[in-house]
Design a binder for this molecule. Sequence first.
Ligand SMILES: NC(=O)c1ccc[n+]([C@@H]2O[C@H](COP(=O)([O-])OP(=O)(O)OC[C@H]3O[C@@H](n4cnc5c(N)ncnc54)[C@H](O)[C@@H]3O)[C@@H](O)[C@H]2O)c1
Ligand SMILES: O=C(O)C[C@H](O)C(=O)O
Length: 345
Amino acid sequence: MMKPSMLRSLHAAMSRGSSHLARRGYATDPVPERKVAILGAAGGIGQPLSLLMKLNPLVSSLSLYDIGGTPGVAADVSHINTRSEVVGYQGEENLGKALEGADVVIIPAGVPRKPGMTRDDLFNINAGIVKSLATAIAKYCPHALVNMISNPVNSTVPIAAEVFKKAGTYDEKRLFGVTTLDVVRAKTFYARKAKVPVAEVNVPVVGGHAGITILPLFSQATPQANLDGDVIQALTKRTQDGGTEVVEAKAGKGSATLSMAYAGAIFADACLKGLNGVPDVVECSFVQSTVTELPFFASKVRLGKNGVEEVLGLGSLSDFEKQGLENLKGELKSSIEKGIKFANQ
Ligand SMILES: NC(=O)c1ccc[n+]([C@@H]2O[C@H](COP(=O)([O-])OP(=O)(O)OC[C@H]3O[C@@H](n4cnc5c(N)ncnc54)[C@H](O)[C@@H]3O)[C@@H](O)[C@H]2O)c1
Ligand SMILES: O=C(O)C[C@H](O)C(=O)O
């Protein structure tokens, strides 16, 4: 994640110029050019995510696409004095230009939940949106890393995979369901209960991204704390219901946008670092997997120059987590199958 100090150093380096750096004996490796496209950039997640990606010094070109509203968002963030050039693209006829040359495509396009809805209730609208966006990605930037935020992630990722397979461009190393918000929540809730500094906390979250398919592994949380079983159960439930907590608090005005933009920016930053060859970049993500018998599963993933370098195993689980893993498989399997079936209709 970029820090203000990194931004300041980047600005300073750019204004001094690389020859100056060379004279002073600093490494002069340029930061590679990287284009990031955000599809759904004018939405509740898209706008703050556009801001956060504009602040990321690893981005040289920021392409903001939506069916409407992107010229304004692009004009706004383009005035921020950071590295990237920003262009807004509006309307389907401009989607190709938005995508061409993209290294990372982030997709928060689609409708959000209202109180009383499940993520699966979004399927009818969002499945079609994701299918058409994935078709365009296969055509215009088949080698990009795709960060899928649109819900239901448990189905939209399999939809994109099927579209890419049909187009002959599928590379399982390059398709990611963004589950970082589950990790962000698990870290926050754990730090409060365990009374440890939140910045030091790590908690893997595995499975999928809906209700009981979200399985935080608090037995592996660090720093360790001896929390009672009932506290762990409550933390697990709160993490699983985190999205619903926000949907209810927003009372009809959508779902998590700001925390999601933060989480999306962390995950995209990790993808960019991996592409740039930074070692040991590990994040949880919903990817094609052999960790369980399910074809897609969220677990820790090592990111590298080609996207997924390694899908990491689950490690040792508590009895409570083993049970949670068994309980989630049925729902996750049917959400995956629903996505595959839709894409092949
Ligand atoms: N993965 C996660 O953890 C997570 C977290 C929060 C929200 N979400 C999901 O993200 C999605 C977006 O949420 P939001 O709050 O930003 O919604 P929003 O309605 O505020 O914004 C969605 C944007 O998508 C745009 N859009 C619609 N169809 C499009 C298309 N064909 N091409 C490009 N853009 C299109 C809309 O114009 C709008 O600007 C929802 O599906 C929501 O459930 C996922
Ligand atoms: O809960 C939602 O519908 C949005 C998102 O998946 C979340 O976890 O916040």
